[in-house]
Structures are given as structure tokens and as C-alpha cells.
Design a protein around this ligand. Structure first.
Ligand SMILES: [Fe+2]
Length: 445
């Protein structure tokens, strides 16, 4: 792109051929935001489809489709959404998005690892376009590579997306201002985080409220869907304390760990717990990055606890479950990414007491492509399930998760494919789960 501002025109229509245009305007694509534009359109009707396109310099974009949310408080019987995470370009094709684009959805949630920061590796189905990315220019080029994927483009063009980043949009397993291996100073790392956050903002459908200020970016937020569901998008990276024990070993036991450990930071915790007291919607969705369930590893299991997940922050998890109990928050569903495997679990008031109340149900999404083809499950994982009665299911194949939210029941379909290292995999549904809202009742305590 030339290094000057470029005028961009935008149009919104009620039909896919862009004949009935109901809103139009112009904006300026600035070099300082990589010539991205973020248009906030008002005056649209609630709860309906719209189509949009951009034009600049005599060129016209493809036509995208989006959907407005229901009006505040509007009665709503059903919400259909899918969530995805973890799309390492080198490890496979984004075939999952080809299938997702033909689903019947109101919303797509992306729970992080939209790009991976690493360099190129031999022998992979596709290759990154540089070494590990650290500068603003390098992050921008990495997004450009990912955004050229036709399946990813189709999924963006088909539905509105709501997004939150995890670690790989910046650096693997970072915690606030601390790099994974602490090889650079917090001050230096924050310069990298500022570049990474800026590129994330530029390339993602985010509003003005999310414009980064240096290394800081306002990402936690709430989306309401009529009187049916509230989606709390959480940020478990920007404010968290460092992983315990240098992120190497230890048991994720609620009685252990630093009582000051935090995933969300004090301000986001206060914000979230205040939301728990509200009764405006039937379902409260926590859309966030890393698995929340406790997983004790059986002694014969070589896998260790993942201290980058909530198991590494038991005090923070305890504060969150106490807030759910104190507010008797109903209909809580936790959606998580990061794991590159599907897991399904109850969130218990006390994970070590199977008779304790179930506060929430958690669905962990698998990856779009990260870690390659994967596997259905193994005896090792089945032993983890046997040792953790609240855990219901494991599957290690690639795909996304589809959720159909009704007034009294929540249905989750796990959508997975047999391979991603070649294009064209079919998709199937090896398991579905139904949550009955009346059974998620912290008031039983
Ligand atoms: Fe990931």
C-alpha cells in the first residue's frame, strides 16, 4: 500500500445483491492502522441479516453478510452459534471453516490463537511467511498470510464474529507483561505486546472501544442477545499473574497455590462478578481462552497439569465459583479454547466432591488445525476421565463447536474431521450434549 490515507466507501443492504441499500458512508483508511477501516453502523433494525461491501480506488470488495443482535430485552427463543480457536496455518488446512460457513448460525465466537507467532518449519502442509514475528510489520504480514485463506474468508463473510485473543497472537504462554521464558524484560516485552495488539485490532472486527493504547487493549466485554443469553467475553492473558512454579510442575488443587493468583485481574473480576448478580438473560456464557475444569492426572498418567490453564490458578477459580454461588447465577455455560481437544465437563462447587452442586457446564473447543490431524481419543485420556467424575468426554480431532441455545435447554454438537493435513476433509458429529438449565442451580448449595 502507498503510505497515504485512502478514502473508502461502505454500503449496507438488506439483500445479497446490494440493491436495497439502507446505509452508506465513507471513511478514511489510515497507514497508521495498516489501511484497515472499522465502521460502526447505526440505525439498523435488530435481529436480521444485512449484506455489506467496501469500495476504494475503483475496486470493490466481496460482499459480506452480517446479522444484528435482537433488541435489548426482546423475547428470543433460540440463538445459534459456533465457536472456534487455535488455527496454526502450518499444521493444516482450515477446512473446518469451509464447513462452518455453510452452517445456520447467528454468531461465531473466536476464542484465541487466530494466528501463531512462530517461524517456518520444514515438512508441514503449509508454511509461515517469516521467522518468529515480533515487530508490527511482521505481525501485520502474518495476519495477511492467514487472512488470505479462502475458507477463513468464507466464514467471515457468512456471519458476524466476536473475537478475543489468547497467547499466540503475541507470544506462547505469556502472562501480562511477562514473556514465556522471561528472556526479555517486561518493558521490552510490552513493546512487543503493543505491536501485537495493534495488529490484532487492525485485522479483527473490533469497535472503537478496543483501539489499543500502547500495550493495553480493552477486550473484556458483554454481548446481550435479547432475554435469552449474555455472552461475557473474557481476557485471561492481559492481566494474569505469572504461571506458578515457572510453568513446569505442580498440582492444580483448589487448596494449593498462591491465594493472590489471578487470571482476570482485580478490575475484570469485579466487573464480571457484578454481572453475575444480574437476571436479565436466561443463560450466562463465559467465552474465554483456557479450560476451567479441574483435571487431576492419575498416577499412571504421564501428562502433567497444564499450569497455563485455570488448574494453575486454583485461588482465582475458587473466587469465581464463590461469586457464582453467592449470586446464585443460573444457566452458566463456559466455552473455552487453547486445548486442541474437545473436553466436556461440569464445573463443580468442589471438584473433589462429586455430590457438590454443579455451577456450570464447560465445553472446550478443539483446534481448527493446530497440532495436525489429532486422534479420536486414547486410553490415557480415558484414564483422566475415570479419575475426574465431573469430566464427561474427550475427543482429539480438529473442528469447531456448534451450540443451539433454547429457553430451557442448551445443545452442543462437537463437529470434527478425520484430517487437516490435506484439504477436503468431510465433517461429522461424534457427540452431542444437552444441558438442562434447571439443573445448573447454585442455589441448591
Ligand atoms: Fe492454540
Amino acid at each position: 500500500m502507498r503510505s497515504s490515507p485512502i478514502p473508502v466507501r461502505w454500503e449496507v443492504a438488506t439483500d445479497e445483491r446490494m440493491r436495497d441499500i439502507v446505509r452508506r458512508g465513507s471513511t478514511i483508511a489510515l497507514p497508521r492502522y495498516a489501511h484497515s477501516v472499522h465502521v460502526e453502523v447505526d440505525g439498523l433494525s435488530p435481529h436480521r441479516w444485512y449484506w455489506y461491501r467496501f469500495s476504494a480506488d475503483g475496486e470493490e470488495s466481496q460482499i459480506g453478510r452480517t446479522r444484528t443482535a435482537p433488541a435489548a430485552g426482546q423475547h428470543l427463543d433460540q440463538l445459534r452459534m459456533a465457536f472456534a480457536s487455535c488455527q496454526n496455518y502450518e499444521r493444516g488446512y482450515f477446512t473446518a471453516y469451509h464447513h462452518l460457513a455453510s452452517e445456520d448460525l447467528d454468531l461465531v465466537l473466536h476464542l484465541g490463537d487466530y494466528i501463531y507467532e512462530g517461524g517456518t518449519h520444514q515438512g508441514r502442509p503449509r508454511q509461515h511467511n517469516s521467522g518468529e514475528v515480533e515487530t508490527l510489520e511482521e505481525y501485520r504480514n502474518r495476519y495477511a498470510l492467514y487472512k488470505l485463506d479462502p475458507d477463513l474468508q468464507a466464514a467471515h463473510a457468512a456471519f458476524p464474529w466476536a473475537v478475543v485473543p489468547d497467547d499466540h497472537e503475541v507470544d506462547n504462554n505469556y502472562a501480562n507483561d511477562l514473556e514465556q521464558d522471561l528472556a526479555v524484560s517486561p518493558r521490552k516485552f510490552l513493546e512487543r505486546r503493543a505491536a501485537a495488539y495493534q495488529a490484532y485490532y487492525e485485522h479483527m472486527p473490533l469497535r472503537r472501544a478496543a483501539v489499543p493504547k500502547g500495550p493495553n487493549m480493552q477486550l473484556f466485554r458483554t454481548l446481550a442477545f435479547g432475554d435469552l443469553a449474555t455472552v461475557h467475553l473474557l481476557d485471561t492473558r492481559q492481566y494474569r499473574s505469572d504461571q506458578p512454579n515457572k510453568d513446569t510442575a505442580g498440582l492444580g488443587d483448589d487448596s494449593k497455590g498462591d491465594p493472590r493468583a489471578t487470571m482476570l485481574g482485580a478490575q475484570q473480576e469485579r466487573w464480571l462478578y457484578a454481572k453475575f448478580a444480574m437476571r436479565d438473560q436466561a443463560w450466562n456464557v463465559l467465552a474465554q481462552q483456557v479450560p476451567m475444569m479441574q483435571r487431576r492426572r492419575p498416577r499412571d498418567n504421564s501428562r502433567r497439569d497444564n499450569l497455563d490453564q485455570w488448574d494453575g490458578y486454583p485461588a482465582a477459580r475458587r473466587r469465581l465459583s464463590n461469586a457464582l454461588r453467592e449470586n446464585a447465577t443460573e444457566g452458566v455455560i463456559v466455552l473455552s479454547g487453547d486445548e486442541h481437544e474437545n473436553w466436556v465437563s461440569d464445573i463443580k462447587a468442589n471438584f473433589d466432591d462429586p455430590t457438590s452442586p454443579t455451577l456450570a457446564a464447560e465445553f472446550v473447543g478443539t483446534s481448527i488445525s493446530s497440532a495436525g490431524n489429532g486422534y479420536r481419543t486414547t486410553a490415557q485420556f480415558q484414564r483422566v476421565i475415570a479419575a475426574n467424575p465431573h469430566v464427561k468426554y474427550h475427543n482429539g480431532r480438529r473442528g469447531y463447536v456448534r451450540c443451539t441455545v433454547g429457553r430451557e435447554t442448551w445443545r452442543t454438537d462437537l463437529r470434527v474431521m478425520p484430517y487437516v493435513t490435506r484439504p477436503g476433509a468431510p465433517i461429522g458429529t461424534p457427540a452431542s450434549f444437552v444441558v438442562e438449565r434447571r439443573l445448573l442451580n447454585p442455589a441448591q448449595v
